[in-house]
Design a protein around this ligand. Structure first.
Ligand SMILES: [Zn+2]
Length: 454
């Protein structure tokens, strides 16, 4: 043993030195970008010329952000031999894989990896999972069913890079997966948070025993905010009989795992420092925010090693809060939790609110009477503003006395109003009413055609 870090040097170097090390590489990346990418040649214009002088991440302030819509437009400018459009920065013969965004916000986007990109990704993703406690002796059940999404094949590569035994169950029926876990001596599971909660609830019904009897000792989850919530974490922990619950996060546009939680269990470290730089910005003004405890903002990424579909100062729309800038584990990278996507934000009268903040309050105070399943209803896909209280449907726990319903509903409305200064209107529904999703569970739904918005 004694192997504590995946990349000892970069994970334990003072963060300012890591950023300086990255800045040198970004200088080369930016100066070569216009020659490699038609999109960045026009996006950067004359700015790229001075990029060779980048000595610190502060110098990035002079460079433009990249928005998802810009990459979307660049991708639509495809031609024969260039399926990834104007930001395809490598020859098709050198590209070995296409990765799809999950398509939760708009049409799916596709990203490309060269063989070298694939190597960089596998190493970075392995770094994240190693931080989350996966080791070569683990048998890992990978429960994401879609190979092409960021959490599909790339995660499988990350587990194999560590040297763990990959058991990719993908789209097998849930019952078959659960039955196979003890047979393969699976010690670690990776699932979306929604699916983790679903398994916790349904294991006994499906195979007649509690998840804690299956022998799984490590539970990794990500793909959506939620595991940062003590109630959801506690539910999974109790069901599986383990305190080794770790959250991870990434985005397909950049790298499918960027952040991972260490044994302290108090936020996700940035673990992609070898190939990706991260900045925190104010989403309204674009100003950079220093990494300090309690700071909040949007995560912005630069993929300075990327060959195929590079991204400079890419705005993730992920709204994060800095939990800490130092950690007992010895890693020097900032630790965060993701609060939500800046484009999920709702406005009640003049107050901004994340749907996940409403859910978190409900779960933190009322988990003795309601289940962690709820839905906010919008009238239209593009509705952001609410002049009337925001409708929130919440599922009751089984066995709650119906005479208590109106009091529970009112208590929740008052608590949310007091804590967030927004009004909601609760509708309590019977246990089992809200559909469970095996992949990601949307919190916001659109009423008109009953289809999910996210
Ligand atoms: Zn740590």
């Amino acid at each position: 043993m004694g192997w504590i870090y995946w990349n000892h040097e970069l994970e334990t170097k003072p963060w300012a030195e890591v950023e300086a090390w990255q800045a040198e590489r970004i200088a080369g990346f930016v100066s070569r970008l216009p020659a490699r990418s038609d999109f960045y040649r026009s996006h950067l214009g004359a700015v790229a010329v001075g990029a060779a002088g980048i000595r610190s991440l502060d110098a990035l302030d002079a460079l433009p952000f990249t928005a998802k819509d810009q990459l979307r437009r660049a991708q639509s400018q495809s031609e024969t031999g260039r399926p990834f459009g104007a930001n395809q920065a490598a020859r098709l013969v050198d590209i070995v894989q296409a990765v799809s965004s999950s398509g939760t916000t708009g049409d799916p986007m596709f990203y490309a990896l060269t063989r070298r990109d694939l190597d960089v990704w596998s190493d970075g993703i392995a770094n994240v999972f190693f931080t989350c406690g996966v080791r070569p002796e683990d048998v890992v059940a990978h429960l994401v069913g879609l190979p092409m999404v960021a959490g599909g094949l790339p995660y499988a590569d990350g587990f194999r890079r560590i040297g763990a035994t990959l058991a990719w169950f993908g789209g097998f029926p849930t019952e078959r997966i659960l039955t196979a876990l003890p047979r393969l001596q699976v010690s670690a599971i990776l699932a979306t948070t929604s699916f983790g909660v679903y398994l916790s609830d349904h294991c006994r019904k499906l195979i007649g025993c509690a998840p804690s009897e299956l022998g799984v000792r490590k539970f990794l989850s990500g793909g959506e905010p939620g595991l940062g919530q003590p109630e959801i974490r506690g539910k999974i922990s109790a069901a599986w009989g383990t305190s080794h619950i770790r959250e991870c996060m990434g985005i397909g546009d950049v790298m499918s795992a960027l952040w991972g939680e260490c044994e302290e269990g108090s936020g996700m470290h940035f673990n992609a420092q070898r190939s990706v730089a991260v900045e925190l910005i104010d989403p309204a003004t674009g100003a950079r925010i220093p990494w300090r405890d309690g700071a909040e903002g949007e995560a912005v990424y630069t993929t300075f090693e990327r060959e195929a579909t590079p991204a400079l100062r890419y705005r993730s729309a992920d709204h994060v809060i800095v939990m800490s800038t130092s950690c007992a584990c010895g890693r020097t990278s900032p630790k965060i939790r993701c609060i939500g996507r800046t484009d999920d934000m709702l406005i009640y009268k003049a107050m901004n609110v994340f749907p996940s903040a409403i859910r978190d309050i409900v779960l933190s105070k009322f988990s003795d009477v309601v289940e962690p399943y709820m839905r906010i209803w919008k009238d239209r896909v593009d509705q952001v503003r609410f002049d009337e209280p925001i409708p929130l449907e919440i599922e009751l726990r089984p066995g709650i006395d119906s005479s208590l319903l109106s009091k529970i509903g009112q208590d929740i409305e008052v608590e949310v109003r007091n804590r967030l200064q927004v009004r909601i209107r609760t509708v309590l529904v019977e246990p089992g009413t809200i559909p469970r999703s095996a992949y990601k569970t949307a919190l916001v739904h659109v009423r008109r055609n009953q289809t999910d918005e996210m």
